[in-house]
Structure formats: C-alpha cells, structure tokens
Write a protein that binds this ligand. Structure first.
Ligand SMILES: Nc1nc2c(ncn2[C@@H]2O[C@H](COP(=O)(O)OP(=O)(O)OP(=O)(O)O)[C@@H](O)[C@H]2O)c(=O)[nH]1
Ligand SMILES: [Zn+2]
Length: 363
C-alpha cells in the first residue's frame, strides 16, 4: 500500500481551463491502450508523418525493465525519439510529483516550448489516474493542458481483455481505457474478420457510446482526428475529476502481472528460439515453480541471430509473434547480446533465463 500513499491529494487547478482559454498552453494527449495494442506504432507513425508541429513524446514503460525496453523501442524508431523520458515507476500516477510532471517540466526547460506533447502510458495504466496528474500541479497547469485521451485497442484481443476478471478492488484496465477515451482507435483490423470487427464495435459502443471511433491498420490515423480535440475545455478541475471518477485509494494496478527482463551474451539459433517461444506462447507448457503455466501477454526482444549480421527485433502479443531485421549492424568489435522482455503472469525469471540460455549457440 506504500505506493498508493504516495499518490498526492488532487487539487483542482484554477479555473484557467475554462472558457477554452488554452491559447498559449501546450496540449498534452494521453495515448493509452492495453499491452501490445499499437501505441508505439501510433507514435512512430505520428512522428514520421509530415506535420508542422514540434511534438515531444513521453513514454511510460511498464516495470523494472524500462532501460531495456527503452533501448528496444529506440532501436525501432531510429533517431525519431528525440525526446525520451523514462518514468521509472511502473505506474505514472503513483509517482506523480517525482516523475510525471517533473519529467515534463524538465523536458520543457531543456528544450523550450513544444507545440504538442504525446504521453504514452503503460498498457496497464488507468488513464483516469494519469489524466488526474494534469490538475494536481497548479504551476504546470498554467503551461500545459490535457487535450484528450486517445485509446488504441487491439481488434484481435480486445474482447479477451475486456472479459478478464480482476481480483476484488482492481479495475479492468482495458475497460477503463475504453470508457475514458475521447477517441478510440480500433487497430489491427487486418487480423479480424468483418464479423469479429462488428462484435468489437458493439462491445466498445456498449462501454463508451458516444466516442469517435477510427479503424486502422498499423495505427495509421489522420493527425487531425486525434490531436487538438479540446475534450476537456469545458470542464473545470472539479468537473474533470468527476468525469474521471478518481478514487486514488483504490489499487489500480494488477500486481499479478509482472515484467521479467534479462540480457544474455551470444548468438542464438533461430530454430531453437522458435521452439522456445512456441512452447511458451502456443503450447503453454513452460511452468513456474508452483506448476502454473507461464502466461505471456507481451514479449519483446533484441536478438542476435546466427547468420544475421543485423540486430533483430522480436515482438509478441499473446500468441502472435514475429521477427524484424533492423538496419542496425552488430559491431565487429563488440560483444553480441540478446535482450528479452516478458510481461505476463506466473513468470519466473530463473526458469525463463535457463531455457533461453539453452538456445544460445556460441558466444
Ligand atoms: N497485424 C498487425 N500488427 C500490428 C498492427 N499495429 C501494430 N502491430 C504490431 O503489434 C505489435 C505491438 O505494437 P506496439 O505499437 O509496440 O504496441 P504497444 O501498444 O506500444 O505495446 P506496449 O508498449 O508493450 O504496451 C508490434 O509487433 C506491431 O508491429 C496492425 O495494424 N496489424
Ligand atoms: Zn497509481
């Protein structure tokens, strides 16, 4: 409960969000969505699109592995992530003063003004709790304002995420992300049939009836559909709080979901690696010490594969996974390594690492 006690009291900022007086302020959009839904894909897309805005991106990755995850996402996005802030604590709202707003303050001090800030939350965040950051700090409230909440859903897995039962007192973060959205992006429509998509639309509409909905592949949206929504302009601090129904005393992170990360030197045999991953994701026959099958929701890796002189990124969401060779070459001079990130339940680091070591061929 320690962590929860660190959450500061919510203090509505002065009424300067009223009357749409947002002229000199910098809009912040919260990009939320369950693990693997396509948030980073969306940010990459926005950053590579032609636009006249200076956009800063802040990413809040989940769990202890943030340094590892950072390096993975950076190698994916190349030079694009000029602005990168690591908000260490898995939960942004629980570290509000120390991390979230401080990070934005530092960013603005360092880089001057931006036209726009995009804040990607972890897949397990309650966007309401994150949104509440924006009226706890009166000073910052005068410089930035919350423009809207954009939620990305995975067309293939959203039904599974919505149905997931949580232990008492925990919210279903997937449902919360849909409920609080000002714009919903139904992503990965390539992975579902028209009937499945129809069912997804209905399920989402039953949770959030009036939300603007976009349907995408690879999170390709029109910028004008997700930026400058002014979704909160007509709310005073208190009204916003009511909308979000914040109850900061409720635990909101599902502690049964954890992150395991490790780094192993060497070169991996692709065939054996596939077997390792398939046992984990498909056969589900990799057990933890008490005999539970490990459940992987999200998998990321930076791989050094035999016969490939370039770095390879491994991406997995539930049972889907693939490899992508990056333009980055391994340096002759330095050691080749493999970095793995697993997010899920019943994960055991020692067991996963041992199994992984068995697929490393040489060093
Ligand atoms: N088939 C398909 N795959 C997609 C689509 N959009 C994204 N992906 C893939 O889904 C995986 C996860 O995408 P990300 O953008 O990293 O997801 P995320 O929401 O940032 O993930 P976390 O930060 O781990 O919560 C990657 O392998 C993407 O390439 C899509 O429209 N169709
Ligand atoms: Zn929190």
């Amino acid at each position: 409960m320690d962590e929860e006690e660190d959450c500061p009291e919510l203090v509505p900022i002065a009424d300067n969000l009223q009357n749409g007086q947002t002229d000199n302020k910098i809009p912040v959009s919260i990009i939320t969505g369950y693990l693997g839904a396509g948030k980073t894909t969306l940010l990459n897309y926005i950053l590579t699109e032609q636009h006249n805005k200076r956009i800063a991106v802040i990413i809040n990755e989940f769990g202890e592995g943030s340094a590892v995850e950072k390096s993975l996402s950076i190698s994916q996005a190349g030079e694009l992530y000029e602005e990168w802030l690591e908000l260490r604590n898995g939960c942004l709202c629980c570290s509000v003063k120390d991390n979230g707003l401080k990070a934005i303050e530092n960013l603005m001090q360092k880089k001057g003004k931006f036209d726009y800030i995009l804040l990607e939350t972890t897949g397990l965040a309650d966007p309401g709790a994150v949104a509440s950051m924006f009226w706890v700090d009166a000073e910052l409230g005068s410089e930035i304002y919350l423009d809207g909440i954009v939620s990305v859903v995975d067309a293939k897995y959203v039904m599974k995420h919505l149905r997931e039962e949580k232990p008492e007192g925990l919210i279903n973060e997937a449902a919360r992300q849909v409920a609080l959205a000002d714009v919903l992006i139904i992503n990965k429509t390539d992975l579902v049939s028209e009937e499945e998509l129809h069912a997804v639309r209905q399920a989402l509409r039953s949770i959030n009836g009036h939300v603007k909905t976009l349907e995408t592949q690879r999170s390709r949206v029109e910028l004008k559909d997700i930026l400058d929504l002014h979704a909160f302009d007509s709310f005073s601090g208190r009204g916003l709080q009511d909308k979000l129904e914040i109850n900061s005393s409720l635990p909101h992170l599902d502690k049964s979901i954890l992150t395991v990360t490790f780094e192993v030197a060497g070169i991996v045999n692709e065939e054996n690696l596939n077997l390792f991953i398939q046992n984990l994701l498909w056969e589900k026959n990799v057990l933890d010490k008490s005999g539970h099958p490990m459940e992987v929701i999200r998998l990321k890796g930076l791989m050094s594969l035999k016969g490939n002189s370039h770095q390879v990124i491994l991406q997995g969401v539930h049972e889907l996974y693939d490899f992508e060779t990056t333009p980055v070459r391994w340096q002759e001079s330095s050691e080749r390594i493999n970095r793995m990130v697993f997010i899920g339940r019943h994960l055991d680091k020692d067991i996963l690492k041992q199994l992984f070591l068995s697929v490393v061929t040489d060093t």
